[in-house]
Design a protein around this ligand. Structure first.
Ligand code: ATP
Length: 329
């Protein structure tokens, strides 16, 4: 029996969490889910969007599966996602992007792993209103955080048979901050046999949409990592299929790349694939590899049979898609 925290989120969060829990249960994995709520609805009752109980639960269980929690744009509370990553020191954001069967995309054979630094950069939340018409954000980069994420990227590359790592910066403009990130990557690379390539983020975006198959592992600071992850999600069929994990020294939180998709919430239209792929990585992480393999095969067979949600060109509802996967387990 595994004890795992489930953060249910809002928007499409509850729908896709229910789908994934049903599939994992049908696969026969024994998980005692510690269900935790967070976000705007929680503020009304508990005064904060991310109560200490959620953090304590992940600290106790060490592993969490999380569905999206809405981040208000331009005002309101600080992102629960960012806060959680910070509180638990989940310094690496890992987003493997590869084509899924029968999901129409511009390119075949995409197989990119995005490794994004998760704790600093413009996400450190150091902002100030200078006057009514001027605002500032501090882009904070440290050698400590840059070296440990570079080490994570290289270790991942070694352990997963990847060929090279490309560090992505704008070090020609942000000479000090991105310069430090780049320098740290170069330093760490000296300890590995795997080569380090370097590219500027603007060129990287162009190359990704023109020829994504030239990339292997991408190593990026927080903000570029966020943007490039969504770009890579677009290459493999969109946010509905893009998985993610936040991993630190002591804890791991698995979550889809996408947000809470309020535009389709409550309509039984959401694609649970991104959350399911994240959960499969979680099962691998807790050494339930056989169940992870069986669920992935059932998912792939479902897609091969052209059973797909609307975001990837089908007509199947979230619940019917879920039941189709279960019937193929
Ligand atoms: P955030 O800033 O919180 O990450 P976002 O701005 O990236 O959020 P999303 O909530 O991810 O936005 O949604 C972007 C678009 O993708 C929306 O049109 C949404 O409906 C769609 N989308 C996201 N996730 C899914 C999903 N699982 N299934 C179907 N469509 C989705």
């Amino acid at each position: 029996m595994h004890n795992i925290t489930l953060i249910k989120g809002d928007g499409i969060g509850p729908e896709i969490s229910d789908a994934v829990l049903k599939i994992i249960d049908a696969a026969g994995v024994n998980i005692n889910w510690d269900i935790q709520t967070a976000g705007a609805d929680v503020i009304e009752i508990e005064g904060v969007p991310l109560p200490q109980r959620v953090i304590d639960s992940v600290k106790k269980n060490k592993v969490a599966l999380k569905s999206p929690v809405t981040t208000p744009i331009g005002k309101g509370f600080r992102s629960v996602n960012v806060q959680l990553r910070k509180e638990l020191d989940l310094y690496s954001n890992l987003r493997p992007c590869y084509n899924l069967p029968n999901v129409k995309t511009r390119y075949d054979g995409v197989d990119i792993v995005v490794v994004r630094e998760n704790t600093e950069d413009l996400y450190a939340g150091i902002e100030r209103q200078v006057d009514d018409d001027t605002a500032e954000s501090i882009k904070r980069i440290t050698r400590f955080a840059s070296e440990r994420i570079a080490k994570f990227a290289f270790d991942y590359a070694v352990n997963n048979g990847r060929k090279f790592v490309t560090v992505v910066t704008k070090a020609n403009i942000c000479k000090l901050s991105d310069g430090l990130f780049l320098d740290s990557a170069r330093k760490v690379a000296q300890n590995y046999d795997i080569p380090l390539k370097e590219i500027l983020v603007d060129n990287c975006c162009m190359q990704l949409v023109q020829n994504p198959n030239q990339f292997d592992v991408l190593l990026l600071p927080n903000l570029y990592g966020d943007i490039v992850s969504d770009l890579c999600a677009g290459l493999i069929g969109g946010l509905g299929v893009a998985q993610g994990a936040n991993i630190g020294k002591d804890y791991a939180v698995f979550e889809p790349v996408h947000g809470s998709a309020p535009d389709i919430a409550g309509q039984n239209k959401a694609n649970p694939t991104a959350m399911l792929m994240s959960a499969i990585e979680m099962l691998n992480y807790i050494e339930e590899k056989d169940a992870g393999y069986r669920i992935k095969s059932a998912l792939f067979k479902t897609l091969e049979n052209d059973i797909k949600t609307a975001d990837i060109g089908g007509t199947t509802s979230c619940t019917d898609f879920t039941d189709s996967i279960i019937s193929r387990l």
